[in-house]
Design a protein around this ligand. Structure first.
Ligand code: BGC
Length: 726
């Protein structure tokens, strides 16, 4: 018998068709299941024909793959893992800055490199799939998962995510070092009420299409081979039961080439938490009909789906389609042909190697944002001979690496990696980095100063003494993984424990105060803005974070990052994202807080300064299918070579529906020597001026548009002109 599915000279489609025709209903449904591979995997392979495991690490993947090879068709298992800023659950792997940190680089190239390295390290451990990138928008900093996002802007999110996807998936999925990416969480998961993880998101179809779907569309266009549905409901419908989102838009309109997976037990949640299904079977039915293909961690799904088909509630063609998408992806990955069994001897020399760490270092450098630098207190001058490094995050591996690395915080009861299994010797903390860089010329003294979870101030006095005896204080404060991440939303965003008191005491010493923030999300720190001499926002800068922060402090690297999420002054000021809708009555805004947020989207300083002039438009009157070229001269007016991120925004002056007061539509990075000027050109398709109209259709309405270009989203940083679409 001609077994087409075994023959690599046939296409993935032909092989899939052939294999599906041979499979029983049970075998096909088994392919649609993904289970935690630490839970009775033999049963799932032998009795349930499992398609995928997640959370398998180390040599276990090879063992399970071997078992799968012995089943009737030997269908390989696809292994998924949350390698979202490096292969963080594998001790020794390269840990990059968090996604939010990386976004501050506005550097698609570095994201692509980071993803390609992650893919290589993941494949070397026998896995094939990462649940990354996260395309949720971080528009409410109370939400625990803001650190996983690219920040608040849909356009930037789409651009950066696309590069990351290309980095993971490579030129071709069959490249042995490529893995499949997963665009998640589809959709509007970051928009849940009050930042409460997984509660309802009150988002209309129009808003969904205007703000939340564009990044996912960009991911589909970049060829992302899997999408994960979000936990929450939109307008009463759980995302996993939303046929419009999954089938109509993602599969039919965007032509997804790959498959859709639910998030962790979404099917169970629809029954138990969201209560839209009286039992698991109904829940499974809703999810299949909506268009999900694979079901993460809902063991009951197997029996439910088999029964639903047998009783006629679900047509077997739907199962064939779902299973077919999964199998086709496995064929595309080349899993059937070379089992991609990990070569651990190779892994040892490649995972976390110097070349990979170099990229971790470069990406950390570019992720760092200088938020304040009064009187050029930075870079540290030669006159400084003794520095007091103080603060709970100065020497804390966990806070520095952030979520989705160093395992335990994610599943405290069932960690992916125990603390003692994680080799922290190669993580350069901020203190390590400063000490290394300072060498023998500058004396570095250190104290933790206070605790993040204890407001007692006993230890502050000795830190103050250290500060008094030093020429400069570098205070490293922020948050840590217990204050961030899934199911860890916050109602307040102030510094916790005695951190604020520590800073106030250090300030009183009168020594120059540099604050380094190590944090997963914007914090409400107006005191720091008013009182620190310099502020470095380093986010979760990864394993090379200490070296990168030190390079910035001592001027080896001129910081160029710009924040991609707006910082509120206080929590009540939220939401503060820059692309607000117009119409807030009154000019003072909230009467009890400054009308401006603390730091705005796109903001970030450099050790040099840039001047914008001579803005030009290629045309003042354009048609919908034209391109507009916006150019501007940028001059480095300071004393250092530096990189500037030039940002292009638009504003539809009058429109049939309200549109954001400003929307990012392009950006460009430019590096200039001191004194140099260069013209930056950004090409904008006029179709990018579209809005979603009252009928939920995408249109470009004729009329006038403001075109704004400059160094941040703040009005004072932008040059402006007007074009007319005819
Ligand atoms: C998270 C996903 C993650 C999955 C697997 C879920 O709880 O929401 O982002 O990929 O778990 O770990």
């Amino acid at each position: 018998m001609n077994e087409i599915y075994k023959n690599p000279s046939y296409s993935p489609e032909e092989r899939t068709k052939d294999l599906i025709e041979r499979m029983t209903l049970e075998e096909k449904v088994g392919q649609m299941c993904q289970i935690d591979g630490r839970e009775n995997p033999e049963f799932w392979i032998n009795e349930r024909h499992i398609g995928s495991f997640l959370h398998v690490r180390g040599k276990e993947a090879s063992r399970l793959q071997e078992l799968a090879g012995k089943t009737r068709f030997g269908i390989p298992i696809i292994f998924g893992i949350d390698a979202i800023h490096g292969h963080g659950f594998y001790s020794g792997a390269t840990v990059f800055p968090s996604q939010l940190a990386l976004a501050s680089s506005w550097n698609p190239e570095i994201l692509r490199k980071m993803a390609a390295i992650t893919a290589k390290e993941v494949t070397l451990t026998g896995l094939h799939w990462t649940f990354s990138p996260v395309l949720c928008l971080g528009r409410d900093a109370r939400w625990g998962r803001v650190d996983e996002t690219f920040g608040e802007d849909p356009y930037l999110t789409g651009c950066l995510a696309s590069e990351m996807i290309k980095g993971y998936q490579g030129e071709n999925l069959s490249d042995p070092y490529s893995i499949i990416a997963c665009a998640k969480h589809y959709a509007a998961y970051g928009e849940t009420q009050g930042g409460r993880d997984s509660t309802e998101a009150d988002v209309s179809e129009r808003k969904l299409k205007s703000i939340f779907l564009p990044p996912f569309k960009a991911a589909a266009e970049a060829g992302c081979a899997s999408f994960m549905t979000a936990y929450q409901s939109i307008d009463g419908v759980p995302c996993s039961a939303n046929k419009m989102l999954l089938k109509d838009i993602l599969k039919d309109e965007w032509k997804l080439k790959g498959f859709i997976i639910t998030d962790w037990d979404n099917v169970g949640y629809m029954h138990r938490l969201q209560k839209v299904a009286p039992d698991m079977k109904k829940s499974a039915e809703l999810a299949i009909l909506a268009g999900n293909d694979m079901f993460m961690s809902t063991p009951e799904f197997y029996e439910c789906a088999v029964e639903l088909v047998k009783e006629g509630s679900i047509k077997e063609e739907l199962i064939d389609e779902a299973c077919g998408r999964i199998l086709e992806t496995k064929f595309r990955l080349g899993l059937f042909d070379e089992k991609r069994n990990p070569d651990f001897s190779k892994a040892v020399s490649i995972i976390g190697c110097a070349e990979h760490r170099k990229v971790a270092y470069e990406s950390a450098l570019e992720s760092i944002v200088l938020l304040k630098n009064d009187n050029s207190v930075l870079p540290v001058s030669d006159k400084i001979k003794k520095i007091a490094v103080i603060g709970p995050n100065a020497d804390d591996v966990e806070a520095q690496l952030g979520d989705w690395s160093f395992g335990p915080r994610y599943y405290p009861e069932k960690p992916l990696l125990e603390y003692n299994e994680y080799d922290t010797s190669n993580i350069i903390t901020i203190l390590d980095g400063i000490k290394r860089r300072a060498g023998s010329k500058v004396e570095i003294v250190y104290e933790k100063g206070c605790d993040m979870f204890d407001s007692s101030i006993e230890s502050i006095s000795s830190s103050v003494e250290l500060a008094n005896n030093s020429d400069m204080v570098i205070a490293v404060v922020g948050d840590t993984t217990l204050l961030n991440g899934e199911v860890r939303d916050r109602s307040g965003l102030d510094l916790t424990g005695a951190q604020q008191k520590l800073l106030e005491a250090l300030k009183k010493t009168g020594k120059p105060l540099v604050v380094v923030l190590i944090n997963g999300k914007p914090l409400t720190v107006p005191w720091i803005k008013d009182n620190a001499d310099a502020i470095i926002e380093a986010w979760n800068p990864g394993m090379e974070g200490g070296n990168a922060v030190a390079a910035v402090l001592f001027g080896d690297f001129n910081p160029c990052g710009k924040i991609t999420i707006t910082f509120p002054r206080n929590v009540g000021q939220s939401p503060v994202f820059y692309n607000q809708y117009p119409g807030w009555h009154g000019s003072a805004k909230y009467i009890d807080v400054d009308s401006e947020p603390l730091f705005q989207f796109g903001y970030g300083l450099s050790y040099t300064s840039f001047k914008y002039s001579n803005m030009k438009l290629s045309s003042k009157e354009v048609k919908v299918d034209d391109f507009l070229t916006v150019s501007v001269d940028v001059t480095n007016t300071g004393a250092y070579k530096g990189t500037e991120i030039v940002q292009l925004y638009i504003n539809d002056i009058f429109s049939s529906v309200t549109t954001p007061i400003k929307e990012l539509k392009g950006f460009e990075r430019i590096t200039l020597n001191a004194g140099d000027t260069s013209s930056v050109q950004i090409k904008l398709p006029v179709s990018a001026l579209s809005l979603i109209d009252r009928n939920c259709m995408e249109v470009v309405e004729p009329g006038e548009f403001e075109i704004l270009i400059g160094s941040s989203s703040r009005d004072c940083d932008l040059l402006k002109d007007v074009i007319k679409v005819v």
